[in-house]
Design a protein around this ligand. Structure first.
Ligand SMILES: [Zn+2]
Length: 292
């Protein structure tokens, strides 16, 4: 096990952070604007989001770089800014974290699928390697490859960032199939667990998806197939569209109640994905530290 992960696991459950996108929107991101570019054009707002999670008690915070691979940035004509956006994102989170939290660099999917030939393995490898190098230059302590639905892409990303010697979490999104137990590409937790272990992930996980209720069984299924530490970040309940706006059917308290079930199902790291905010993390911290 990577020494940094081993050190963290002396705590019963490590509390991570919550959603960034919605927080950035609350601070004025325009519809269609690239949130990752705010690392360069509005760093104070990004630091505010990062600091809000540190204040809420997150032991690990991420970086505002989920969509900052050059393939995703191409949609905004910002590919060439990929190194600068990632390095700045890491530096902003490090500044906000001080010595209170660790910073893991967020690496999301490229939005293109290997199986359909939309993108080649070498293009993916180059994009992820570029992102990871810049995040490491900015000072991240580890990486979270997250919201993945295709195992090929997850494996290529893992391979590209592993070379830097920092710990890597690989987290898939299970939001499809009966009982929302498969990724969009049909991958089960058992398949992901097996393949990602062989590929050398330090931590495996599940994030986003259909909320707290469904992720408990995903976590149990990951736990039944691996001894690796498990990282879980559910959305704040089931997404519903009300008046054209996506909302989530949970409160910080009900969310934190599920965290106990997720902990019992074997998770070592727990945080929140879409729809969560610092209040959710505060509730999570309260419930998990009462238990410990
Ligand atoms: Zn999410």
């Amino acid at each position: 096990m990577h020494p940094l992960i081993k050190g963290l696991l002396t705590e019963p459950t490590v509390v991570t952070d919550g959603a960034w996108g919605s927080q950035i929107q609350n601070l004025g991101l325009a519809p269609g604007e690239c949130p990752d570019n705010w690392n360069l054009v509005n760093p104070a707002a990004i630091e505010q989001v990062a600091s809000s999670y540190v204040a809420a008690g997150s032991r690990i915070i991420l970086t505002n770089t989920f969509g900052a691979n050059r393939i995703m940035l191409e949609r905004h004509g910002l590919s060439d800014k990929a190194p600068a956006i990632n390095k700045a994102g890491a530096m902003i989170s490090r500044k906000a974290a001080h010595d209170k939290a660790l910073v893991f660099g967020s690496i999301g999917p490229t939005g293109k699928m290997v199986f359909s030939g939309e993108v080649s393995e070498s293009e993916l490898n180059e994009a992820f390697a570029e992102q990871a190098v810049a995040l490491a230059e900015g000072g991240v302590h580890g990486f979270v490859i997250e919201t993945m639905s295709e195992l090929a892409e997850a494996r290529i990303a893992l391979k590209a960032v592993q070379r830097l010697g920092l710990p890597v979490v690989v987290s898939m999104t299970y939001d499809s199939g009966k009982g929302f137990e498969r990724t969009m590409m049909g991958i089960t937790p058992e398949e992901a667990s097996e393949e990602l272990k062989v590929a050398g992930a330090d931590v495996i996980g599940a994030n986003c998806g259909m909320g707290t209720e469904y992720i408990v069984s995903i976590c149990s299924r990951l736990r039944s197939t691996t001894n690796l530490p498990i990282w879980i970040k559910p959305n704040a309940g089931l997404p519903e569209v009300i008046d054209g706006k996506v909302t989530y059917n949970s409160t910080p308290e009900s969310f934190a109640g599920y965290a106990l079930k997720i902990q019992a199902a074997g998770a070592n790291f727990i945080g929140g994905c879409c729809g969560t905010n610092p209040e959710y993390i505060r509730a999570l911290k309260r419930v998990l530290s009462q238990k410990a």
